[in-house]
Design a protein around this ligand. Structure first.
Ligand code: ADP
Ligand code: MG
Length: 275
């Protein structure tokens, strides 16, 4: 089976996109699934979380502007089965340069099409930047599936309707009519407050099938791990954050095991009503 491309996106910053990309990636890799993490955020947080120095290696931006082969950007990480296409902060201006080109929406898709067919991996996770700009929309145009991390707080819900709208626009525009909303992952849940469970219940009501059962708790270790260039499974393997991301990987694999095409398109259309 060719690699499946999954955009981890939400236009809001600080909702757990990077934490989910890195730790879901590591927990999948731990189970023998081959994962390429593509860092598409100029802040390069995924790159540094995996222990790389942003700017030290050629990044995806150079290909977005100049074209070429993506496979020679792939770095091995210290985790077997987890690979990184790094990003570098100097190229934040790339988004502006790209926007001037008529084909900006499909550039990433064009780069990733041969890579997807040829590189021996099961999944690519794209850690998207926190904006509705060219990079994020081009990730949606290149992706098979979208996973939205959503913070368990009231304003998280507002953000959700926006990203769901952008997803629909990408489908309608013809840039990528196939991309499905595969999942919503509730993050930073605080078991001491009612608000988290109220928000989770609301999201489950609107997106009953799409919302992951696994909820990521607020856990300080998840915030600390990146500064040591580690994922949660080696920084604090028994903490609640590690347990949650392992459970998320398990649920992800279960969802992708059963007749993938069918089950996902069914899930995608099971949105009960617009937000
Ligand atoms: N479940 C969590 N519990 C505690 N802190 C978290 C959790 N998830 C993320 N963080 C921290 O919150 C901040 C924002 O998370 P991050 O994954 O970088 O969000 P994004 O990529 O969406 O901007 C980071 O400092 C991160 O370490
Ligand atoms: Mg991030």
């Amino acid at each position: 089976m060719p690699m499946k491309i999954i955009a981890i996106a939400n236009q809001k910053g600080g909702v757990g996109k990077t934490t989910t990309s890195v730790n879901l990636g590591a927990c999948l890799a731990e189970r023998g699934v081959r994962v390429v993490l593509l860092d598409l955020d100029p802040q390069a947080n995924s790159t540094s979380a995996l222990g790389f120095t942003p700017g030290e290696h050629p990044s995806i931006y150079q290909r977005l502007l100049g074209g070429g082969d993506v496979s020679n950007l792939v770095m091995r990480t210290k985790y077997e089965n987890l690979f990184l296409i790094p990003c570098d902060m100097d190229l934040a201006g790339c988004e502006i340069e790209m926007a001037r080109e008529d084909d900006h929406l499909v550039r990433l898709k064009r780069l990733l099409t041969p890579f997807k067919a040829n590189f021996p991996a099961d999944y690519m996770l794209i850690d998207c930047p926190p904006s509705l700009g060219v990079l994020m929309t081009s990730a949606l145009a290149a992706a098979d599936e979208l996973i939205v991390p959503l913070q368990c707080e009231y304003f998280g819900l507002e953000g959700l309707s926006k990203i769901v709208g952008v997803h629909q626009q990408i489908r309608d525009s013809g840039a990528n009519s196939e991309v499905v909303l595969e999942g919503i992952v509730m993050t930073m849940a605080d078991s001491r407050t009612n608000l988290s469970s109220m928000v989770i219940n609301d999201v489950r009501q609107y997106f009953p099938q799409v919302t992951y059962q696994t909820v990521i708790p607020r856990n300080i270790r998840l915030g600390e791990a990146p500064s040591y260039g580690q994922t949660i499974i080696d920084y604090a393997p028994t903490c609640s954050g590690a347990i949650a991301y392992r459970a998320l990987a398990e649920e992800f694999l279960q969802r992708h095991a059963e007749a993938p095409e069918d089950s996902i398109s069914r899930r995608d259309h099971s949105v009960s009503q617009p937000l």
